[in-house]
Design a protein around this ligand. Structure first.
Ligand SMILES: NC(=O)N[C@@H](CC(=O)O)C(=O)O
Ligand SMILES: [Zn+2]
Ligand SMILES: [Zn+2]
Length: 354
């Protein structure tokens, strides 16, 4: 990031409309007792990702999962998880209609098979999904996309760009009425694509892709807790994402992609992809926006543009961030499990006022 702005020049506190997180992994079972309070402490609505094992493929599974989530909500918190369904090669037009009729379901998530964590049941032949995309377009069901190709001939740093050219551009052109969220974008190519696409195309941006580039992953050793997919890219891409996030363009909005993996699955020979940011998520965005001198742009990005994109009402509660330096947690323990969060132990300038 740029050199630190002088702390004295930053506002003592900022008040924003309560934000929403349009991309989060809450996982399942006992872990929900940790992830649900962590996310609900700040965010009102969330898009809950469906990459469980087995995946959340239909409305009935999503309804049961949502109940397990709500059972872990602490007293007095208002939280409204919106469920994403896992698109598979065998998703049908009937499934789409059923999803459209359920107000707790926000859309279908497309994982190219093999692209990321728990994507083995994902789509193997995207070109054959035309009738399903058409049904989604007709029924007003958004398509959320992990946009990376998976073939071994494409370098991992080029996989997002290749996905745009091979799949995303044709899909958005063939189905102009289909709302498409290009999730966790990581490249200038993705920013340019979203800017050039029609108004039904939006994108989420994570805190790690705003705060870091691939040097933070690889210089001086492999920094496993900064490893996520799509992988961090070079600095010029990070800067393009920063410009998009602070531009005030409503196509770009907040999606943390908070994705916990226990410490033993990160700190190992083949560590899992995912940055667990829920315990400091809005504070990490505030850090990024503050460094860019754009705290006044945080509210639109965090609290308005996602709701507008999904045609949901804007929140009415507020959240206050105080300039009060603190350190993100070093580790989280819950029911015998240990997690090392993203940004662990590092300082942050803003804190949510209790
Ligand atoms: N982003 C990640 O690196 N990991 C996510 C999956 C995903 O969002 O691709 C996870 O579920 O762990
Ligand atoms: Zn993903
Ligand atoms: Zn994700």
């Amino acid at each position: 990031m740029q050199s630190k702005p002088s702390l004295a020049d930053l506002p003592e506190q900022i008040t924003i409309t309560r934000p929403d997180d349009w991309h989060v992994h809450l996982r399942d079972e006992e872990v929900l007792g940790m992830t649900v309070p962590a996310t609900a402490r700040v965010f009102h609505r969330t898009v809950v990702m469906p990459n469980l094992v087995p995946p959340v493929t239909d409305a009935a599974l999503a309804g049961a999962y949502r109940q397990r989530i709500m059972a872990e909500l602490p007293e007095g918190m208002r939280f409204d998880p919106k469920m994403a369904l896992y698109l598979t090669q065998s998703t049908t037009e009937t499934d789409v209609k059923e999803a459209a009729a359920d107000p707790t379901i926000i859309g279908y998530k497309l994982y190219p098979a093999g692209a990321t964590t728990n994507s083995a049941s994902g789509v193997t032949d995207i070109d054959a999904m035309g009738p399903v995309f058409e049904a989604m377009e007709l029924n007003g069901v958004p398509l959320l996309v992990h946009g990376e190709v998976t073939t071994s001939d494409i370098d991992i740093f080029d996989r997002e760009k290749a996905f745009i050219d091979r799949y995303l551009e044709p899909i958005t052109r063939k189905f102009p009425g289909l709302k498409v969220v290009f999730e966790h974008i990581t490249t200038a190519d993705a920013v340019d694509f979203v800017l050039g696409a029609h108004a039904n195309v939006g994108a989420t941006i994570t805190p790690q892709h705003l705060l870091m580039n691939r040097n933070d992953l690889l210089v001086g050793g492999v920094h496993v807790h900064n490893y996520c997919l799509p992988v961090l890219k070079r600095r010029t891409h990070q800067e393009a994402l920063q410009r998009a996030a602070i531009s005030g363009n409503p196509k770009f909005f907040l999606g943390t992609d908070s994705a916990p993996h226990v410490q033993a699955k990160k700190e190992t020979a083949c560590g899992c992809a995912g940055c667990f940011s829920a315990f400091s998520a809005i504070e990490l965005y505030a850090e990024a926006f503050a460094h860019l001198g754009a705290l006044d742009k945080l509210e639109g990005f965090a609290s308005f543009f996602g709701a507008d994109f999904y045609n949901l009402p804007r929140n009415t509660e507020t959240l206050v961030l105080e300039k009060k330096s603190w350190h993100a947690p070093e580790r989280i323990e819950h029911k015998g499990g240990v997690w090392v969060p993203y940004w662990a132990g590092r300082s942050l300038m803003y804190q949510v006022k209790k």
